[in-house]
Design a protein around this ligand. Structure first.
Ligand SMILES: [Zn+2]
Length: 214
């Protein structure tokens, strides 16, 4: 990877991290971002780092086995990212947030564990698709990684119960856009609870999949 490309990615992670933080999509030192590098390794936001104040020079770099190479120590939620990448060679970046409305949906009784949010809008269908719920595990439990791995082949986004979403994209911009789409649709879903909203029907969802394949 050229020094120019490496610097571009470090700046992009910091800029988009600040953008997510400034808009209240993540709080405190929660949330983490990773990008797959063309040398087979990764860049990842550091442990206990606030996404609103990332130092591009201190972003963690990992080798192809996920071992920490340099920068600050990577996020303790690294294993969530690695579980997703292991099943998704087509994904170049992952965003994990504790974003309020998505977490709220993950705590609701009676949601469909295979598909937590109905297809309310076309962009939700195109950017997120079917969103499965991953059962609650204590933070850091390797079984949580196993549960994510079991779903990641079929889903670019999963929702961790009582925790938050993990969203993959072909590149960082796509992963951020999909995360934002998920959070906004979670907000719509909560706004519309009890209103029996008209979601897209199966035919409309199938047409989107045909016209805009992932
Ligand atoms: Zn988390």
């Amino acid at each position: 990877m050229s020094a120019h490309e490496e610097n571009r990615l470090r700046e992009q992670i910091s800029t988009l991290g600040k953008s997510l933080f400034d808009r209240g999509l993540t709080m405190g030192s929660s949330g983490n971002i990773s990008v797959r590098l063309d040398d087979g390794g990764w860049m990842m936001t550091p442990t206990n780092a606030c996404l609103g104040r990332l130092d591009p020079a201190r972003i963690s770099r990992l080798d192809g086995q996920g071992q920490w190479l340099d920068g600050d120590k990577p996020t303790k939620e690294q294993f969530l990212h690695m579980a997703m990448y292991a099943e998704r060679p087509q994904s170049g970046a992952i965003v994990h947030l504790h974003s309020t409305h998505s977490v709220a949906v993950s705590c609701l009784p009676g949601i469909d564990h295979c598909d937590c949010i109905p297809p309310l809008t076309a962009y939700y269908v195109m950017r997120v698709g079917k969103l499965p719920l991953v059962p609650y595990h204590v933070p850091g439990d390797p079984k949580l990684g196993d549960a994510v791995r079991g779903l990641a082949g079929q889903h670019s986004a999963v929702l961790l119960a009582n925790h938050g979403p993990v969203v993959a994209g072909k590149d960082l911009e796509a992963a951020v856009y999909a995360t934002e789409e998920l959070e906004e649709t979670a907000k719509l879903f909560l706004l519309l609870r009890g209103e029996n909203p008209r979601a897209l029907n199966e035919e409309q969802v199938a047409e989107l999949k045909r016209r805009f394949p992932a």
